[in-house]
Design a protein around this ligand. Structure first.
Ligand code: UTP
Length: 235
C-alpha cells in the first residue's frame, strides 16, 4: 500500500495552515513560489497537501457563533473556506495537480493513488485540516507529515503571548499529547499548533511530524525532504 502514483515512493503529507497560505501580505508573490517548490519536490516523492482556512475561516466562525449557528454549521463554514484555499493553491500549482480538490478522505486516497500531487481542504465536521492531514498520512503510510504554520515550531507556551517561551526541538508523542490536551477546547475554530485527531493518527502509525514556519520556503523544503531543518520534530 505504500506505492503511490508511480515509482513506489511513500508520499509526504504537507498541512499548510490557512494563516500561512493566505495572509494578506505578499500572497501574490508567495503562492507561485510555494507552487514552484511543490512542483519541484514531487519529482522525488508524491505529495498530499491540505490547505487550512486561516483568518477568513476564523472570521466566519466568529460571526456564525455570534449568530447562534450550531457547532456543526460553524465547522461547515470552516470547511468551505479551507476548500476555497485548496482550490486556489491547486490552480496555482497547475497540472498534474487535480483542479477540483477531493472532499472526503476516501476520495483523497483514491486521488493520491492516481496523481503525484493532490491538494484538498476540509472533509467533515469535528476536526481541522491538520486532522485531515494526519488521517491521510496514516491511510497512505506517509514518510512524514510537515505542518507549515505561523510559528517556527512548537513552543513551551504561545510565543505570541510570551516572547520568552522556548522552542521544543525534539519531542515524543506522549509529551506532545500532554501539551495538546492542556490547550485545546475542541470547538470550531480551535487554535493550537496541531489537531488532536491528527496527532492520534500519527502516533498510532509512528509517522514523524515536523512543525515549521511555512513562509520560509528553503527551510520548508528541507523539512519536506527529511533533511536537517529549523523547527520541531515529534516522533
Ligand atoms: P482549519 O484547518 O483552517 O483550522 O479549519 P485552524 O487550525 O484554525 O487553521 P489554520 O492552520 O490557521 O488555517 C478551520 C475550521 O474549519 C472546521 C473546524 O471548525 C476548524 O476549526 N473544519 C476544518 C472541520 O470541521 N473539518 C475539517 O475537515 C476542516
Amino acid at each position: 500500500m505504500a506505492d503511490r502514483a508511480g515509482d513506489g515512493t511513500a508520499p509526504v503529507v504537507l498541512s499548510m495552515g490557512g494563516s500561512v497560505l493566505i495572509t494578506g501580505d505578499e500572497d501574490e508573490r508567495f503562492l507561485p513560489d510555494l507552487a514552484a517548490l511543490l512542483r519541484k519536490v514531487v519529482h522525488d516523492f508524491p505529495l498530499v497537501v491540505t490547505a487550512g482556512g486561516g483568518r477568513v475561516a476564523r472570521d466566519y466562525i466568529r460571526l456564525g457563533r455570534a449568530l447562534s449557528l450550531t457547532e456543526t454549521e460553524l465547522d461547515e463554514l470552516g470547511i468551505d473556506v479551507s476548500r476555497l484555499n485548496a482550490r486556489l493553491l491547486a490552480a496555482v500549482i497547475g497540472p498534474p495537480c487535480p483542479p477540483h480538490p477531493p472532499t472526503s478522505l476516501a476520495e483523497a486516497v483514491r486521488e493520491a493513488h492516481r496523481s503525484r500531487i493532490v491538494v484538498l481542504g476540509g472533509t467533515e465536521p469535528g476536526h481541522t485540516t491538520d486532522g485531515v492531514a494526519g488521517m491521510l498520512a496514516e491511510r497512505l503510510r506517509a514518510q512524514r507529515l510537515v505542518n507549515a504554520t505561523r510559528v517556527p515550531g512548537l513552543f513551551e507556551r504561545d510565543p505570541r503571548k510570551d516572547p520568552t517561551a522556548r522552542r521544543v526541538d525534539r519531542l515524543d508523542y506522549a509529551g506532545f499529547r500532554k501539551m495538546v490536551d492542556a490547550s485545546v477546547a475542541g470547538t470550531a475554530g480551535q487554535q493550537f499548533v496541531f489537531d488532536r485527531l491528527g496527532l492520534e493518527s500519527l502516533a498510532r502509525a509512528k509517522i514523524p511530524l515536523r512543525i515549521v514556519q511555512g513562509r520560509d520556503l528553503p527551510n520548508l523544503e528541507h523539512a519536506l525532504r527529511g533533511e536537517e531543518f529549523v523547527g520541531t520534530e515529534i516522533r
